[in-house]
Design a protein around this ligand. Sequence first.
Ligand code: PHE
Length: 346
Amino acid sequence: MKQEIEKLEKAVLEELKKVSSTGGLKELEVKYFGRKGEFTAILKGLKDLSASEKPVLGKLANITKVKLEKAIEAQRHKLEGSALEKELDTEFFDTSIPGKTPQMGHIHPLSQVQEEVERIFSQMGFAIMDGPEIESEYYNFEGLNIPADHPARDMQDTFFIQDKDDPKHGHMVLRTHTSPVQIRTMEKYGAPLRVIIPGRVFRYEATDASHDTTFYQVEGLLLDKEISLSHLKGVMAEFLTRLFGAPVKVRFRPGYFPFVEPGLELDFSCLICNAKGCKVCKNTGWIEFMGAGMVHENVLKAGGIDSKKYQGWAFGFGLTRLVMMRHAVSDIRLLTNGDLRFIKQF
Ligand code: PHE
């Protein structure tokens, strides 16, 4: 068998020298290394050898195989190289023509800011939650202390989904805010809780430069023992300071949302004029940023939380508006209409 291997080796190397095309090379490979190839037959025969012969001849066979494969590869390179040279000789190839720049995609400005918001809140110990965009009336309204006949329903013009009622939770709607996920999160994880919920929301709006039917919000919810609004003030000042990379002050104003009590609006100090008053802050020194408040007892109850033991606050701000402020975007529709001339700037 040893002789056989050596003979085959010589034969392959000999034939290899004569091969002049990649087609011929393929044939040679099949002849020796194909399923019915001569070298393959030897490898198959190894198993019938005696225990003393097997290791010695097995090793030789393998070494020879690797060596021949290398030789075949080298010949392939040579053949391909000369084929290319031939082509270059016969065809005109202008090496001075500039290449085509590949088109690189990048992350959408909305996602960029969302990722940044998520990163900062994660650093402060908040988990990131998600919820359905097609939501039941119950989670979107009732559970949030907004019953069907409540005038606050008019605050959010709603898209209803026809003929798709949920047997337990009523009509289905495109969620008008991310607040329904407050209840879903409480139901699922109980208290204590520290989460943010970024997501897409929908309202039946007449569109203009500052209103769109689809936009993005970030909800926040923190439940624990002995939580007060001063914690909210601290968290938001810290969040905005990290986001803008400059010290930011926040202030509260009374505000009304049925799912918080007391409810408030949070403003932050205008960074453009250093709170002195400019066009952006309408000469007030403050920018309106979000709604917030202590989570209403009825909402805690809907989420299955013992309101005697736990309390906390919730907030909701417009991620889309934040992006617009960040990049001085003058028309909200630019962010979602798919115009690449706009998107490529970020
Ligand atoms: N969901 C409210 C809105 O969309 C914002 C909000 C969230 C207010 C949480 C208070 C608490 O307008």
